[in-house]
Design a protein around this ligand. Sequence first.
Ligand SMILES: [Zn+2]
Length: 469
Amino acid sequence: MLRRRAAGALMLAAIAGLTAACSPATGPSATTQADAPPSPPPIVIEHARVFDGERDLGEVTLVIRDGLIARVAQPGADDLPAEAERIDYRGRFIVPGLVNAHAHVGNTEGTAHGDRFYTRAHVVRDLRQFQAYGVTTVMSLGMNGAAFGDIRNAVSSDPSLGAQLLGAGGGIGAPGGAPPAANMGLTHDPVARPATAAAARDAVRAQAESGVDIVKLWVDTLGGQAPPMAPEVYRATIDEAHRQKLLAAAHIHDLAPATDLVASGLDIVAHGVRDRPVDPAFVAALRTSNAGYIATLQIDEANYIYAEHPEWLETPFLRNALPEAVRAQWSDPQWRADTLRDPQTTKARAALATNLRNLSTLREAGARIGFGTDAGALPRRVPGFAEHRELELMMQAGFSPQQALTVATRDSAHLLRLDDRGLLQPGRRADFIVVAADPLADIRNLRTIEAVWQAGRKVAGPVAEYRAP
Ligand SMILES: [Zn+2]
């Protein structure tokens, strides 16, 4: 995926260079080095304690040049670039920006959701909120409207427009099945729904042609309520994705299809198994194929937790992430009572418990774990907050703060083959979060965000000043 995009960018740069060089309007001597914008001075960040995505480096100095980490120097190094802008983050903690490998954008407005909201303005609104909360890369995993490619191309190289966006386009679902068009508000359904293996290959080729970064599929009968995707259809989808040099990620809920998908070459299990405990066959399939597993613990909890009014509902860190209409809904006693009485709430509590137990089992078994939340798919899956809640829930599955942060940075980037980020090491993107309290001591300290840097620029912060539009 990176190879395709990097090659395309190089080609565009080459074409732009040729056009400029050959254009008569610019005159024979117009295109010189002097016309190129001057490279901004390097930036030296001093005195912060840095967790680089895998190790606590203690207090080090970061040298940033051209949007990348150029060097990690020991404190007091006397050979730092003299022309650098120097920033003192004494007493602060720096960790890599979070990489959300399962999110959605442009799908909500107030308490409503659906593909009618998929506009550039709504996508940018979500990307900015993710970024303000420290999420600097977002993989929008399906249900992206027809404008996805244009919006992605327009926003993904400008860090001032929010987290860097990657995505799956519409994705591949089952005819009349998941994702449920009516429940998800898909009036102009962007999801391809092939009925045969040949149609699945055509759909994947069309999405690859349109420039998607990944192929998403849904394999879920929604508790027996929806027709399944036939195995020959999902096998063809995965195989064709690989022929197109793309990863395949699947929405699942139940163990049986998840096991067969992994055995069929799936790269990313994009939700946790929630119908039963994972068994040795699934663990073995994951370990043999090295597929990644993203639990999205937060999604089932989000179905009921806000109706319970936990004391943290009133914290500014959450409240500031909510549109006014959502705050009003969550304060409504009738909505709260109806939500808690809903039989789905009982199922959601059980699903979270199963998801936590399975994630714990897979962690102990050494399975490859990625980070995602499904934030942005529905109004209760709150961009930015969802990621911090997911990290906190990971503590209940036995992760240490350091392990959870490694999953959400280094491992999630690697799972998406984004080997230019996820670690604060020389040559990688300077995407990082500056926080006031030690997140390795308590993962909730990651909420004390003072600044967010993306591609070597300070783009957001402090989070306490952020207000959802
Ligand atoms: Zn999703």
